[in-house]
Design a protein around this ligand. Sequence first.
Ligand code: ADP
Length: 541
Amino acid sequence: SETVERHEFGAEVGRLLDLVVHALYSDREIFLRELVANAADAMDRRRFEALTSAASALPPDAKVRIRPDKEARTLTVSDAGIGMAKEDLAQNLGTIARSGTRAFSQTLESAKAEDRPSLIGQFGVGFYSAFMVADRVTVTSRRAGADEAWTWASDGQGSYTLEPAERAEAGTDIVLHLKEDADEYLEPYRLDHLVRKWADFITVPIAIVQDGKDEAANQGTALWRKRKSEITPEQYEEFYRSVGMNFDKPWATLHWRAEGQLEFSALLFVPGMKPFQALENDRHSKVRLHVRRMFITDEAELLPPWLRFVQGVVDTEDLPLNVSREMLQSTPALARIRRAVTGRVLSELTSRAKDADDYTTFWENFGPVLKEGIYEDHERRAEIAPLLRFRSSAVEGWTGLADYVARMKDGQEAIYYLVADDAEALKASPQLEGFRARGLEVLLLSDHVDAFWPESLSRFEEKPLRSITQGGLDLSAFAAEGETAEAPEGIDALVAAIKAALGADVSDVRTTDRLVDSAVVLSAGSGPDLQMQRLLRRAGR
Ligand code: ADP
């Protein structure tokens, strides 16, 4: 008909479809997890929008319904969620917004087979997994608050169509026309088994429709509300996997209940691996906020950005169910919860830091993120500083500031550090020579954030932190190996000649006791540390 519009997929989508369908074939059952998670998400988003817009209110029996139809050979996943307008359908299902195909395919290739399924969730390409079991998918959707509906349809071969449709209520139906070898997904017991396996933690009700009747498929257990003694390690791990689409084991599991002035339950995890999506891309904490079990939002920023690697759930009694976006920002109850939760995570890190090997796992995954707290959060600075670990010119492995201070030489006033782009550059730096010769330890910093935080910390156990590239460091109190007391003959004339040759490019040329083998070294004078100057230059300042 004339109302059908045909669109080509973005080039990325075509390749991605191919990848998903082939790389994940042996795990293709995960399509159902992805579609149900999207449906539950859409319902959560609608409930949240309804707080400020009555037109979005959820009907009382709102559910995710999974309906197999053996005669038509279709499987339909329906929700009463937020729905998609025409342009949402084109945008969300026709392009890849968030992450490129290349990053995804590289990660997919290097991942172990058993890790692959969780990757598609992490990369936000879950919807396309429908094409693993279907040779045609239609999506009929009506946006909450709108009165028109649209159908998106595709066989996953390069293009899709959009046409006007009918739908009585807001929400979305995803109809999979199953491939010949995908019969198993028409069997209610098989669907039921799959949903139980991983959707039990979804608090939106999910039903499998059989002979026109709904059969509840998930329990909606709020695991975090149970007592620790009632929960097995396997249940914790399974919940961890479902909450962040993880497949590793958590490095730390924190489960506690606060009672008294503040009432909340929290179940938080520190992952055992770095996520594939770089933590630099999104600095917001995604810890989920529930109010009396009901999911409210994952945008409440329950933890500061420098703890954004922590995942999990906080469920409180102290907020009304109809908490609005403005309230999330201003309510004192939430500010108190944030403070309590942040303190709890820090105390867990502090106690785990006592076991150096164990803590190294954490530090190598998330240390650079934690360091951001030093310059972002002056209230917590003193608690974070003892948790920092460094490479050092004097010892192998990782070391902390307290250990450095314990090793300081008599008469040494400051904690010395050197920042450079990478560890190799650090080891070869002529800046270190004079310090090595005098047995003075220097901390070697090579993370991106290292250019910023040392100035904010400024002191640890009363000792100032000093970048060794800054001028004005006097090492004359420490005897260096093989040092001659006398200045070499003719040195003054040489300095004068160099000064004349460099002219206005430098502010001064001086002799130094900071070098042993190298002839010259650049010094930052009294301005910012050299690495900081490099960053500022790159930023065009
Ligand atoms: P992700 O869910 O990780 O973003 P998907 O490919 O699974 O990636 O889905 C892409 C987008 O399509 C979602 O972010 C959402 O905006 C939209 N979407 C998918 N399914 C639904 C649904 N049932 N209701 C409303 N929006 C949906």
